[in-house]
Design a protein around this ligand. Structure first.
Ligand code: ATP
Ligand code: MG
Length: 278
């Protein structure tokens, strides 16, 4: 892992404690795909909801992976999505679904949202504020915690998420050098948005995912990240676990699919850590 450019991530080391009061809006971001953003969003949401927190989940990723867990197409075919918020400023209340999970509501996405991106960039200054202007107030007034899942780019939709958020959690895939690069890029985006637009925005912590303790690269990676970033990494690490893949195949959280599994316990531990920080 030598030679990584952390110079511009100095902001991370200097990141101060959260200044805002609960309730909080938390973005899950990384500039790399497949590191576990959706997995952590959905399972952390369920674990936090089980702890009695009222949760809103917003799927800002046009891939709609989180939507498929909380708002399956078959159940919500005709209802509004995040697309309608971006395209027509449809009131947020028309886009919120009660999920089959106690304490979790969700705003789902539509793959069509990608078609809006070019037009939105024409008026980027206003477009960057759409989520904040249309959703933040309602989220803060009605939910204890809002979790926003994001796509692996740091483009318009993720910038919207960060401008609307109080803080960000960054998953890192153990043993994956590219996910560390994505982590640093995500930190830079947070620092830049905090400096220019949303002074309250903070990096909360990184969470190490897909740990396979049988391999030396995974062990070395965990060791490196924990030494380098110390208390800016959650103590809970999430192992590579077949139960997580099974749960996705069944379109549910692992806490629902296999509540007694090690993976479910890990997400409960992660939720406890998050609650402890808020
Ligand atoms: N700890 C884990 N153990 C086993 N499989 C995992 C784990 N975490 C994530 N996965 C699987 O890895 C794949 C990628 O995870 P996920 O979709 O959460 O990543 P992502 O960062 O949201 O990806 P994208 O950037 O494309 O949105 C999925 O198939 C998911 O089920
Ligand atoms: Mg995802």
């Amino acid at each position: 892992m030598a030679g990584l450019n952390y110079r511009n991530a100095k902001w991370l080391i200097e990141a101060s404690k959260l200044t805002g009061e609960s309730p909080l809006i938390i973005s899950i971001i990384n500039h790399k795909g497949g590191v576990g953003k959706s997995c952590i969003t959905t399972n952390l949401a369920h674990a936090l909801a089980n702890r009695g927190r009222k949760i809103l989940v917003i799927d800002c990723d046009p891939q709609c992976n989180t939507s498929s867990i909380f708002t399956p197409e078959s159940v919500v075919a005709d209802q509004k999505t995040l697309y309608d918020v971006y395209a027509d400023n449809v009131p947020v209340t028309e886009c919120i679904y009660k999920t089959t999970y106690d304490n979790i509501d969700a705003i789902r996405n539509s793959p069509d949202i990608t078609h809006l991106e070019i037009d939105l960039y024409q008026d980027a200054k206003n477009s960057y504020q759409i989520l904040r202007n249309n959703i933040r107030k309602h989220a803060v007034e009605n939910y204890d915690i809002t979790l926003i899942d994001n796509n692996p780019s740091l483009g318009l939709f993720t910038i919207n998420s960060l401008i609307a958020s109080d803080c960000a959690i960054i998953p890192i895939e153990s043993g994956c050098r590219y996910s560390l690069d994505g982590f640093v890029a995500a930190l830079e985006a947070i620092g830049s948005i905090a400096a220019r637009v949303n002074a309250e925005l903070r990096f909360l912590k990184a969470v190490i995912n897909k740990v396979d303790s049988r391999t030396s690269i995974s062990r070395a990676s965990v060791d490196h990240i924990q030494r380098k970033f110390a208390d800016k990494v959650f103590s809970t690490i999430i192992n590579t676990d077949t139960k997580i893949k099974e749960a996705v195949a069944f379109k549910m959280t692992v806490l629902r699919h296999s509540p007694k599994s090690i993976a479910s316990n890990k997400f409960r531990a992660l939720a406890n850590e998050v609650i402890g920080l808020l």
